[in-house]
Every structure is written in structure tokens, then in C-alpha cells.
Design a protein around this ligand. Structure first.
Ligand code: MG
Length: 455
């Protein structure tokens, strides 16, 4: 249970294992702290399809009402649908019960502001302080909050997404799409979205299940072999897969090739920049340089942020950017809402392919230059991390970017990123280049440097 200095928020909301690391008393107190932070106004509450989500959602509603907040319960919805509803319906804020792509035993709470975007880091600390100081409000019988159900969140989400793309252009192509829902929260939205865009749909793992018995809640090239196979056997134009709460989408071309998010991100960015010249693109330091190549051609600017979707979202808003993306498949289109959204990403890819009029694999090789990424992790002693980073920086002997970790440009097309994990005693090393050999050689060199520095 809570110690006086407890950190609650991680990279993406509060995560825990219900009944093991934290119990429902913790959830109620946390929700009281969140309700106290928000002050007056109604809060929209949603949940993903995990086994523990109903219990945690009820406890969250109880805590919010205890703090005097009124609660509108959306029930089971994808995270981006909840976020979009908070923004468009004018709620004071929102809380989503989800552990995104984490294994089935996990759950968590994500807190969003009235703009639908995850609250800033400083506000997370305000909630932690309320929690740790036992300063949460507990309303009496006169001021305790009420609850009602809000059943239009998914419908509002689908019409919000379709309102941002050229539906006629997409529908004309009669795309055949294979969708791997991974037993996650997009089961209740994405199939209806894609069918409303005139696509012929085949689904995999389309039954909502908190044990994620299909391919697990995290879409990666390794877990999407069935999707790749299904696309080829159906003869589909493309495949798409979502994570557990539906904010990330990973795509597969017509010949079964899986693309990581920093390949589809630049494809979408290029298309949007063609329509809106001069826009800014935002992405973390760790994603591929393919986006710079695309932006250069379009005379556009790329802003690099720390790793984490909250940083990307907040930068997109502050800099009024056109588009943002992460390598894990999270894409942010602020004309819709400045958060990662698997459904919006799907609609954008469909419009882009319809407009380009070529097969997915052809569009990708024509519009997005190919780079090679090599990555690994090195175990280190966490106490030595600062001295390791200092030594590696000195050894780099070049200008080092310090947005997040150390990023060094070895030559015009080769970079390496050395970044300490926030939670584990490891350093992650990424190297990208225009040839596989150069990427691997650079990685090897920096693994050696990190090992030498930690000896
Ligand atoms: Mg997610």
C-alpha cells in the first residue's frame, strides 16, 4: 500500500497488478485524489476489456463520487474513443481503466484533461501529492457525486473519425481489409468504422477477452504472423492490428509485410504534408530518420521529443503540429484529437492508399525511404548510470543530442541512441543506418563502449 513518497504514474498512466501489487482500496483512494484534482464538473469514465476492469471501474466511479464528482460511465470503449468524447462532449476530464498492451494480469488508470489529452506530467505530480498527503476530498451525503451511463461514446468516435477523411474516395476503392483485433477494446469500434468506409472486412481475434488468448495484447512483427498469413490467403489489400486498448495500430501490406509505426508514420506524414504544405511533424528521438527524408522533400519541419506518447501529444498541441507518431504504431492527428488513435490511423492509411492509387507495398517503397535498425540492451548497475553516460558521451567525440538519452550522428545516414531504462537496470542501444551492415557495426561499437564504461 501507499508509502509517503509513492510514485504512482509511469510513462503512461498508473499501472499495477490488481489484488497482487495493489487492491481496490488503493483504486478508490487514487480516484478520490483524481476527483479532488479535477474540482467541479462531470468526469467521463471508460474501461477496456480486461477481467479486472469492471471491478476497477466501479471502484474508480466510487472514488470519484466520494470526492464529489459526477460520473458519466461510458462502459467498454477504446481509449481514443473515451478521449475524443471528453473533448467533444465538454467533460471536465476523463479516466480510462486500462493497461494498454501490458499482459492480462495488469491494469491501470489513465487520466485525461478536458482537451481529451493525457494530463501533463506536473499535474500527475499534483495528484500524487494529494494522494500521498492524504489530502483527497471525501464528500458528505449532501455533496457526494452521482453516476449516469453515457452510451454514445463509440458512435460519436466513429463519426468523428469518418468526418476527418475523404469517405467517398476510400469507399470507391472497395478495399479488402483483414483486421486483427487481438481480443482488445477496438472489437467494439474499429470493425464498424472500417465497414462504414465501404471496406470488405475479415476479422481475427475479434471476440473481446481479458485473457487475450489470440496473439496477446501487443501487436509486434513477431505476434502478427497470423495477420500476415490471413492477408495473403484472403488476397486482401492490407491488414491492421491494434493493441489492447486500441490506441496503436500496426499495418501489413498486401504481400504480408509488416511495417513498424515509424514506417507507416512517414507514409501518412508525407500524404498529409502534400495536402497541407509546411506543417510540422512530431516524433520521439528513437524513431526512424525516414521522416526527415520525407519532410525534407516537402519542405517541412520535424520536432524530436522524449520517448513517450504524452510528450508527443503535448508537443503536437504546443507547436500546432500537423501530425505526430511513434515507432510502436501510435499516430496522432490533432485535426481529430491530439492523442494516439488506432481508428483514426486506420482511416488515414486507407485514404492515403486510395489517393495514391497503388498497392500498399508499392506505396511504401515509393514514398518512404528504407533504413535499417539494429537494437539491443545491455545490463548495467543502475547506480553507475550517470558515469556510464558521461563516459559514452566523451568517447563519442561528436556532438551529442540529449533530448532523451544520448543520440549521436555517426555519419549523414547513421545515428545511435543510448538510453537508460526508467524501470529496469538496463541501457537500450538503437542504431539506424541506410545499410544493415553499418547499423550493426555501429550498434556493436556502442555496446562495447557501454560495457567498457560500466566495467
Ligand atoms: Mg495502448
Amino acid at each position: 500500500m501507499a508509502s509517503s513518497q509513492e510514485r504512482l504514474f509511469g510513462t503512461n498512466g498508473v499501472r499495477f497488478i490488481p489484488g497482487v501489487s495493489h487492491d481496490l482500496d488503493f483504486v478508490i483512494k487514487l480516484a478520490e485524489s483524481i476527483g479532488t484534482y479535477f474540482g467541479e464538473g462531470e468526469i467521463l469514465l471508460g474501461q477496456d476489456g480486461r477481467n479486472s476492469s469492471p471491478a476497477i471501474a466501479h471502484s474508480t466511479a466510487a472514488g470519484l463520487m466520494s470526492a464529489g464528482r459526477d460520473v458519466a460511465e461510458a462502459g467498454l470503449v477504446p481509449t481514443p474513443a473515451l478521449q475524443f468524447a471528453v473533448k467533444t462532449f465538454g467533460f471536465k476530464g476523463g479516466v480510462m481503466v486500462t493497461a494498454s498492451h501490458n499482459p492480462p494480469q495488469y491494469n491501470g488508470l489513465k487520466v485525461v484533461g478536458s482537451d481529451g489529452v493525457e494530463i501533463p506530467r506536473l499535474d500527475e505530480q499534483r495528484i500524487e501529492k494529494i494522494f500521498n498527503d492524504d489530502a483527497e476530498t471525501r464528500a458528505d451525503w449532501k455533496s457526494v457525486g452521482t453516476a449516469r451511463s453515457e452510451g454514445t461514446v463509440v458512435r460519436n468516435y466513429i463519426s468523428g473519425v469518418t468526418g476527418r477523411v475523404n469517405t467517398k474516395l476510400i469507399a470507391q476503392r472497395r478495399f479488402s481489409v483483414v483486421m486483427d483485433l487481438g481480443n482488445g477494446a477496438q472489437c467494439v469500434a474499429a470493425p464498424y468504422l472500417v465497414e462504414s468506409l465501404g471496406c470488405k472486412l475479415t476479422t481475427l481475434n475479434s471476440v473481446l477477452d481479458g485473457a487475450f488468448p489470440g496473439r496477446g495484447p501487443e501487436p509486434t512483427p513477431e505476434t502478427l504472423k497470423d495477420l500476415s498469413l490471413a492477408v495473403r490467403s484472403v488476397g486482401a489489400d492490407l491488414g491492421v492490428a491494434y493493441d489492447g486498448d486500441g490506441d496503436r495500430a500496426i499495418f501489413c501490406d498486401e504481400v504480408g509485410g509488416i511495417y513498424w509505426g515509424d514506417q507507416t508514420g512517414p507514409l501518412i506524414a508525407d500524404y498529409l504534408l502534400e495536402k497541407s504544405p509546411g506543417g510540422t511533424i512530431v516524433t520521439p528521438v528513437s524513431s526512424s530518420q525516414a521522416v526527415e527524408a520525407v519532410a525534407k522533400k516537402r519542405n517541412a519541419k520535424v520536432l524530436r521529443t522524449r520517448v513517450g506518447s504524452v510528450d508527443v501529444s503535448r508537443t503536437v498541441l504546443e507547436r500546432k503540429a500537423l501530425f505526430g507518431f511513434e515507432e510502436n504504431g501510435g499516430c496522432i492527428y490533432p485535426a481529430h484529437i491530439a492523442v494516439r488513435d488506432g481508428g483514426m490511423t486506420t482511416a488515414l492509411v486507407l485514404e492515403c492508399l486510395a489517393a495514391r492509387g497503388m498497392a500498399f507495398s508499392k506505396a511504401m517503397s515509393y514514398w518512404v525511404p528504407r533504413y535499417y535498425l539494429a537494437k539491443t540492451k545491455v545490463e548495467i548497475d543502475r547506480k553507475k548510470i550517470e558515469s556510464i553516460m558521461r563516459k559514452v558521451e566523451r568517447q563519442a567525440g561528436k556532438e551529442v543530442e540529449k533530448v532523451d538519452g544520448l543520440k549521436v550522428w555517426v555519419d549523414d545516414h547513421t545515428w545511435v541512441l543510448v538510453r537508460a531504462s526508467g524501470t529496469e537496470p538496463i541501457v537500450r542501444i538503437f542504431a539506424e543506418s541506410d545499410t544493415r551492415e553499418k547499423a550493426e557495426a555501429t550498434l556493436k561499437k556502442y555496446v562495447k563502449a557501454v560495457r567498457a564504461a560500466s566495467a
